[in-house]
Design a protein around this ligand. Structure first.
Ligand code: GLU
Length: 477
């Protein structure tokens, strides 16, 4: 979190960035205001009897824009949750969904609770009670408002919410679509848990296909060999770090957690570090690198790519000057304050903005929602058909080679890969990759094509706001 007195709040940062973009657009001021403001925020205070006493909790669900419905966005469990934060996050959801063409408006929820302070059964009671309050007001509903995991929540909470909805709407055949990020056995989709981290990987791959972008960042070559620092080894940071280091040859040299950091210039074994943290609760004592007490200072260490994947405001007026990375990927929502953004732009640092970089989560949520509404898993109808058509070609090639006595055989690895039809996970990854590529191209076109647009964030806002505006236009506004 930012410590500087002159730092705008997260909410103000989002507004400042929005304003920078709309200044470059030709929109009527009334429409700009309509798009900017948060439509509604519902605040609920409820009591739950726990440990022999009644404990009161405060929660929010903000709806930023209903230009498309349902509205979509996660539910966060954290003691830091407040109305301003939830509204800023809801606004980012609107732009994120527009940018990646997920057909939703933007929303976000939050509950002021420390999930570590309560046991599983207590958390279930708290979550179900919060869900009950939102469900009875249609703030959780398959056709109106569809939450998902966010900081402090995951599959477990989503399963409770879905079950709570079904108890309250026993005849709704589409009930499972009231929330995404559910476990597979409760109507979830393969690849949702890894989706945001996977999206970060696809975003970086898309960036490294853009020669002009690479040049603007002062980088060269490919993702292979680029040194990465990841801040936050939660669901998003862990998956991003794992995929980049294991699949793209980009060593993760630094991992920053809230209670210390690990440095290893040869690259950290992410899976081993994750297991260590799960077992010990701290990166301290991890044998595969050097432990550093003051983790935050590592944000300013030398690296090529910095991936803040935890809280908002971690790169701020206090440390922006010291950042040495040439490329920042905002895997978290709002990790760079508006003040830091200006400093980094001046330094020539390229920032892949949150609304794009972490859109993998909502993209796969969209696939899950479609799966729930169609009541069939992706790939179920076509997979074996695809396999038998591929088998035909392989058989035919092998026959030709026999009949013409040309001496060649198919590589067994090629054969097994080619013969395997796509299951749900392959289809989800393919759909996510396609989404991330297309969205990157739409931003890059504006970034490289307009002289008045000098950064990817402004380009992303221009594309997203343009889409929201045309949606309002077609509604007659
Ligand atoms: N909480 C995630 C986000 O900030 C996912 C939202 C969703 O899947 O609806 O994008």
């Amino acid at each position: 979190m930012s410590t500087s007195k002159n730092e705008p709040s997260f909410r103000e940062s989002v507004d400042l960035m929005f304003n920078r973009a709309v200044d470059l657009m030709d929109l009527k001021p009334g429409l700009v205001e309509k798009i900017r403001v948060c439509n509604a925020t519902y605040t609920v205070r409820f009591g739950v009897r726990l440990r022999g006493d009644i404990h009161t909790f405060t929660g929010y669900r903000s709806v930023h824009s209903e230009h498309m419905e349902p509205v979509k966005g996660g539910i966060r469990f954290s003691l830091g949750v407040n109305q301003n934060e939830v509204e800023a996050l809801a606004a980012l959801m609107t732009y994120k969904c527009a940018l990646v063409e997920a057909p939703f408006g933007g929303s976000k929820g939050g509950l002021c609770v420390d999930p570590k302070a309560w046991d599983e059964h207590e958390m279930e009671l708290i979550t179900r009670r919060f869900a009950y309050e939102l469900i009875k007001r249609d703030l959780i509903n398959p056709s109106q408002n569809v939450p998902a995991p966010d900081m402090g929540t995951g599959e477990r909470e989503m399963a409770w919410i879905a079950d709570q909805y079904k108890r309250m709407h026993t005849t709704d055949i589409n009930g499972a679509a009231c929330v995404t990020g559910k476990p597979i056995n409760a109507g979830g989709i393969h690849g949702r848990t890894e989706a945001t981290g996977r999206g970060v990987q696809y975003a970086l791959r898309a960036f490294f296909r853009d020669d002009e972008g690479i040049k603007k960042a002062g980088l060269s070559g490919t993702l292979d060999g680029k040194r990465v620092i990841v801040q936050g080894l939660g669901n998003v940071g862990y998956h991003a770090a794992k995929f980049l280091s294991e699949e793209d040859g980009a060593p993760v040299v630094g991992v920053i957690e809230y209670n210390g950091a690990i440095w290893n210039s040869e690259g950290i074994d992410i899976e081993a570090l994750k297991q260590h943290i799960l077992a010990e609760g701290t990166p301290k004592g991890f044998a595969g690198g050097t432990f550093v007490e003051d983790g935050t200072a590592m944000l300013e260490n030398d690296c090529d790519i910095l991936i803040p994947a935890a809280l908002e405001g971690v790169i701020n007026l206090d440390n922006a000057d010291g950042v040495k990375a040439k490329l920042i990927v905002e895997a978290a929502n709002g990790p760079v304050t508006a003040g830091a953004d200006a400093i980094l732009r001046d330094k020539g640092v390229v920032i892949i903005p949150d609304m794009y970089a972490n859109a993998g989560g909502v993209t796969v949520s969209y696939f899950e929602w479609v799966k729930n509404l169609s009541h069939i898993r992706f790939g179920r109808m076509g997979r074996r058909q695809e396999e038998s058509r591929h088998q035909l070609i392989v058989d035919e090639l092998e026959r030709i080679s026999r009949d013409t006595s040309i001496n060649w055989t198919l590589n067994p690895d090629f054969k097994s890969k080619y013969l395997r039809g796509a299951g749900e996970l392959e289809l989800v990854r393919s759909g996510l990759d396609d989404t991330m590529r297309i969205a990157y191209e739409s931003m890059a076109e504006v970034w490289h094509g307009r002289d008045d647009v000098t950064d990817l964030r402004t380009a992303a806002y221009l594309v997203a706001i343009g889409k929201v505006a045309s949606s309002y236009h077609s509604k007659g506004l």
